[in-house]
Design a protein around this ligand. Structure first.
Ligand code: HEC
Ligand code: HEC
Length: 255
C-alpha cells in the first residue's frame, strides 16, 4: 500500500515537472539560447528576466503561458496590443531561448555572497587580476578584449562568475577572436574592429591596429577558445565574488 502511494507520488511529481519543462534541454541549447536572449530580449526583459512587471523568467512567472509550446508561440508571434514584439526567428532558435528561460530558476539562488565588495573588486580589476591588460572599464584599460563598461546591464552574477572561472564556456559572437596568417606564415590573433569584402582590421594583444588585404592572407579563421585565462585557481572564491560585484556595478560610463 505504502509502496504504491510512493510510486504514485513520484509519477505525479514527474508529470508536474514535465508540464513545467516539456522537454530536457542540453547545455548546448541553453548556451545558444543565452546568446540569443542577450542579443534580442535583454533590452526589454533585463538580464534576470524580471524587468517587465508581472513577468519574471528567473522565478518562473509566465502569466500568459503554461507549456513550452505556449512560450514558443509568444516569442514567434509576439503579443498583439502589448509591447511584446514578434521575433523573426526559426523555431529551433526559439526553442533554445525557451531552454535558456527554463534553466534560469536553477541558478536563481546563486546570487552574490553577502560579503562581496564592489570597492575591493575594483582594486582587483586594476591590480592583481590584471584585467585592464585586456579590458577597458569606465574609460581606462586595454582595447584588446571587450569593453566591460556596461557589462552590469547585460549579464547575471552567475554568468559573470562563469566568465571568470571558465572563459571558454560561453563566448559571445562579437567577442570571438580571429587568427590571421600572413604570407610569411606569421599568425596574429586579434579581435575584429572592422571588415569589408576586401580588407579586415584587427586589434592585437599589444593594442596595435592591423589592417590586412584578405587576398594577401594565407588563412583567416575564428579561434574557438578564449585568450582570457581562467581565474578559478588564480583568485579565491571571495576575490572572484568581489570582482563579480564590481562588474555588476558597471552600468555604462558615468558623465
Ligand atoms: C520591445 C520590448 C520587448 C522585447 C524586445 C521582448 N519582449 Fe517579451 N515581452 C515584452 C512585454 C512588454 C511583455 C508583456 C506583455 C503583456 O503581457 O502585457 C512581454 C512578454 C513576454 C512573454 C510572456 C510571458 C508570459 O507568459 O506572460 C515571454 C515568454 C517573452 N516576452 C519572451 C521574450 C523573449 C524570449 C524575447 C527575445 C527573443 C522577448 N520577449 C523580447 C516586451 C519585450
Ligand atoms: C589576456 C587577456 C584577458 C585578461 C587578462 C582578462 N580577459 Fe576577460 N576576456 C578577454 C577576451 C578576449 C574576452 C572575449 C572572449 C571571451 O568571451 O572569452 C574576455 C571576456 C570577458 C568577459 C565576458 C564578456 C561578455 O561579453 O560576456 C568578462 C566578464 C571578462 N572577460 C572579465 C574579465 C575580468 C574581470 C578579468 C580580470 C580578472 C579579465 N576578464 C581578464 C581577455 C582577457
Amino acid at each position: 500500500m505504502r509502496k504504491i502511494a510512493l510510486v504514485l507520488l513520484t509519477a505525479v511529481s514527474l508529470a508536474a515537472q514535465h508540464e513545467a519543462t516539456d522537454a530536457k534541454y542540453t547545455k548546448t541549447d541553453i548556451g545558444i539560447g543565452n546568446r540569443l536572449y542577450i542579443a534580442n530580449c535583454i533590452y526589454c526583459h533585463g538580464p534576470e528576466g524580471d524587468q517587465i512587471s508581472g513577468v519574471d523568467f528567473t522565478h518562473g512567472k509566465f502569466p500568459r503561458s503554461r507549456s513550452d509550446d505556449d512560450i514558443v508561440k509568444i516569442i514567434r508571434d509576439g503579443i498583439p496590443g502589448t509591447g511584446m514584439p514578434a521575433q523573426k526567428m526559426e523555431e529551433p532558435q526559439i526553442r533554445t531561448i525557451v531552454a535558456y528561460l527554463r534553466s534560469l530558476p536553477a541558478s536563481a539562488g546563486q546570487a552574490l555572497p553577502a560579503g562581496a565588495d564592489v570597492a575591493r573588486g575594483k582594486v582587483l580589476f586594476q591590480g592583481k587580476g590584471q584585467c585592464t591588460n585586456c579590458h577597458r572599464a569606465q574609460g581606462a584599460g586595454s582595447y584588446f578584449g571587450p569593453d566591460l563598461s556596461d557589462i552590469g546591464m547585460l549579464r547575471r552574477a552567475v554568468e559573470l562568475d562563469q566568465s571568470l572561472s571558465d572563459p571558454n564556456a560561453v563566448i559571445m559572437p562579437p567577442n570571438r577572436m580571429f587568427r590571421a596568417v600572413a604570407a610569411d606564415g606569421a599568425a596574429i590573433p586579434g579581435r575584429i574592429l572592422n571588415q569589408d569584402t576586401f580588407t579586415v582590421q584587427l586589434i592585437d594583444s599589444k593594442e596595435r591596429l592591423l589592417s590586412f588585404q584578405r587576398s594577401a592572407l594565407k588563412e583567416f579563421s575564428p579561434i574557438n577558445t578564449s585568450p582570457m585565462p581562467s581565474y578559478k585557481d588564480r583568485l579565491s572564491a571571495a576575490e572572484r565574488a568581489d570582482l563579480v560585484a564590481y562588474l555588476l556595478s558597471l552600468k555604462g560610463i558615468q558623465p
